[in-house]
Design a protein around this ligand. Structure first.
Ligand code: CP3
Length: 340
């Protein structure tokens, strides 16, 4: 098997670590902006297999990353659960918020996989065009993170609406999470069968939960998804990314049977090396702002990441998504440095 990134997910250390960037297909690329304009709405882009395949491949062609991530969004799952989802330019996602336990109770027992069929079609198209040494990643949002958007109807600085809802209506919230667990299992298993090599579970908002709630709403549902996916696809390779988990990271790494753990840029690298990479491969964790800044800050950041994690199983990435203002030249420089 000549896919370097996939080999790391099997626990191997690579002399030159494989590299990809979260949100590598996006607005920092002129060719993405052009295709985005052609597509019309953002969801139209996600659900047009030819265009979604095209933007998935754009960063591979331009930079030669070791991993390609399916172009879609975590919020297609609420969409397939019958919730209204809109993306307005410059505003971020807008959903019809969930204010009461009754709305949760009225959610369908299953997502509508027909609505997600274009995603599986995109995967088949990309798989046919991807260089053989590039690992193809699918993904979903973790139930907690998806629930925060479904409850508030948008991103908020601390996702207080979802935290409040979970305290006030724990049974209804548990049902919402369970609904998302089952939807995510079916969604990821179908992505794997359609042709992705591995999947990543994004828990962007894990870090705002207190420890008990972190166990209940981040660790437990994610572990359930991992087991459920492997019941259908036994050798499924899975990366977990609990952003902001901090001191809860070792618990996550122990309790969730993911093959690798994604690290954000805030975590102390020595702690992550000793407490996480000792247990399993890690991915991360350059500050996206260091990549945006470039120059000495970027070089120092790259060195620090390689120095901390380079002697174990490791996938180079950012600690969160690439920012739209990032110069393309800085990404080129990053790859040259890592592969030098
Ligand atoms: O290149 C890739 O990584 C693949 C595609 C991808 C997108 N979103 C495309 C996108 C992936 C993996 C995501 C995940 C995602 N979506 C997450 C988890 C990771 C993270 O970044 O925290 C979350 C929380 C979302 C929800 C979401 N989608 C938000 C909050 C926003 C608005 C913020 C923003 O960056 O504009 C989106 C929109 C979105 N998803 C864009 C892209 C390229 C920008 C929309 C546009 O082109 O107009």
């Amino acid at each position: 098997m000549n896919k370097s990134l996939l080999r790391v997910l099997h626990g191997e250390r690579r002399t030159i670590p494989p590299v990809w960037l979260m949100r590598q297909a996006g607005r920092y690329l002129p060719e993405y902006r052009a295709t985005r304009e052609q597509a019309g709405g953002f969801l139209d882009l996600c659900f047009s297999p030819k265009l979604a395949a095209e933007v998935t491949l754009q960063p591979i062609r331009r930079f030669g990353f070791d991993g390609a991530i399916l172009f879609s969004d975590i919020l297609v799952v609420p969409h397939a659960l019958g919730r209204k989802v809109r993306f307005e330019v410059g505003e971020g996602p807008k959903l019809e918020p969930i204010g009461t336990p009754q709305t949760v109770a009225s959610l369908p027992a299953e997502i509508d996989h027909d609505l997600l069929a274009p995603v599986y079609e995109t995967i088949a198209l990309v798989k046919g065009m991807l260089p053989p040494d590039v690992t193809f990643l699918g993904f979903c949002g973790a139930p907690w993170t998806v629930a925060t958007y479904m409850i508030a109807g948008e991103g908020t600085p601390d996702q207080a609406p979802a935290r409040l809802f979970a305290y006030r209506h724990p049974d209804a919230f548990e049902w919402l999470i369970e609904c998302l667990v089952q939807a995510s299992i079916g969604y990821l298993a179908r992505q794997l069968r359609a042709g992705v090599d591995a999947v990543q579970i994004f828990d962007t908002w894990a870090g705002i939960l207190p420890p008990e709630e972190f166990r209940r709403w981040c660790i437990a549902p994610t572990e359930k998804i991992v087991r459920g996916v492997r019941a259908q696809v036994p050798d499924a390779k899975i990366i977990g990314f609990p952003r902001g988990a901090g001191s809860m990271l070792p618990h996550y790494a122990d309790a969730v049977a993911v093959d690798a753990v994604g690290l954000d840029w805030m975590i102390e690298r020595r702690f992550a090396k000793e407490q996480v990479q000792r247990r399993k491969p890690v991915q991360g964790n350059l500050d996206p702002l260091a990549l945006l800044a470039g120059g000495a800050a970027l070089d120092a950041g790259i060195e620090a990441v390689l120095e901390a994690f380079g002697d174990g199983p490791f996938i180079f990435n950012l600690g969160h998504g690439i920012l739209p203002e990032t110069p393309v030249a800085h990404v080129e420089h990053l790859l040259k440095r890592i592969r030098a």
